[in-house]
Design a protein around this ligand. Structure first.
Ligand SMILES: Nc1ncnc2c1ncn2[C@@H]1O[C@H](COP(=O)(O)OP(=O)(O)OP(=O)(O)O)[C@@H](O)[C@H]1O
Length: 306
């Protein structure tokens, strides 16, 4: 597959007097999976929309290979596959008809459209469902159909906006395999997700967005080591005031956990004093490897903290 980089250059989006995306810059290379992470409302979907041409930037531009996405949108979209949060499948058509109909957008008609529809169905493992209606498919199979539709034009870049939300663990893993196959075929993939395990597993690189700005970027492992360290201690306790005090003193974070409170403390913390941990009278103590969820919680402050 011919390779093509996607370049976001100084992207801004302003609605009225609200700036929802501010000066986003990056390059997505062929065969790379780039994750956009951030809390609700951080600007992930808006950024994705500007990248594929669904949202007009207030400032900046997006380049896909030699195409400017804003001014040469039609040519650029020929090289893209888009999986939005909504399925928007045609419920009156069967699975194969949905694909054939979509192939027409790329001037694939007749036998060529049928052939390509069969290929992508096999690629996503839906060949036995060709004559089903979308509503007869499970959530996981529907998502696979949406992906099949998105890759019917052999895209160089695929946009996946929260592609596995609502899927059970098996269906998510099946979807991840398909994403890995696209990556192996040198496709660049831009992914938004709220699942940190998904981001850690699939993404080569991450951009962390908060209030429209990129607050950090790197590989999952780089971000974990840089922001948290190798390991954390989790301290579960019933007394919120004591847990909160320790969180403040150690610049760590805690959240409600059932009827208890769970404080997460990086292990290489200079303020880590075991006597203070013992003083919290923990109901449970766990030492574990740091992960991306720790990074997310620490950076976004999306917790009951301070
Ligand atoms: N058409 C619009 N008009 C006005 N404000 C908008 C519009 N679209 C998005 N916004 C606002 O922009 C901000 C970013 O929204 P966006 O959907 O990009 O966030 P997100 O990170 O994708 O959130 P989520 O994780 O909930 O999907 C939000 O505050 C949202 O309300």
């Amino acid at each position: 597959m011919e390779s093509m980089a996607l370049v976001a250059n100084n992207l801004w989006k302003v609605y009225g007097d609200r700036t929802v995306v501010e000066n986003v810059n990056f390059t997505l290379n062929p065969g790379e999976v780039l994750g956009l992470l951030g809390p609700n409302g951080a600007g992930k979907t808006t950024t994705l929309g500007m990248l594929y041409g669904g949202v007009i930037p207030s400032r900046g531009h997006v380049q896909l290979g030699s195409w400017n996405v804003l001014t040469q949108g039609r040519q650029a979209r020929y090289q893209m596959g888009i999986v939005t949060q909504e399925d928007n499948l045609d419920q009156d058509f069967t699975v194969i008809e949905n694909l054939i109909y979509f192939a027409h957008h790329y001037r694939l008609v007749g036998k060529k459209a049928l052939h390509r529809a069969g290929e992508v169905l096999a690629q996503v493992g839906l060949q036995d469902y060709a004559k089903y209606k979308p509503d007869e498919l499970s959530g996981g199979l529907k998502r696979r159909l949406v992906l099949a539709r998105a890759i019917i034009n052999h895209p160089k870049v695929v946009f996946l906006d929260e592609p596995t939300t609502g899927l059970d663990p098996d269906a998510r893993q099946e979807f991840w395999k398909l994403v890995s196959q696209l990556k192996q075929n040198n496709c660049g993939i831009l992914l938004t997700t709220h699942y940190m395990d998904e981001a850690q597993r699939l993404c080569d690189r991450l951009l962390l967005l908060q209030e429209g700005q990129v607050i950090n970027e790197g590989t999952p492992q780089e971000l974990i080591l840089q922001i948290i360290g190798k390991e954390v201690v989790e301290i579960e306790g019933v007394n919120e005031a004591i847990i909160q005090q320790l969180a403040k003193e150690t610049n760590s974070w805690y959240r409600a956990f059932g009827n208890n409170y769970l404080l997460t403390l990086p292990l290489d913390n200079p303020n880590l004093v075991w006597e203070k941990i013992v003083a919290t009278q923990p109901t449970n103590l766990t030492r574990r490897r740091a992960n991306l969820e720790d990074v997310f919680l620490r950076l976004t402050g999306n917790v009951l903290n301070n």
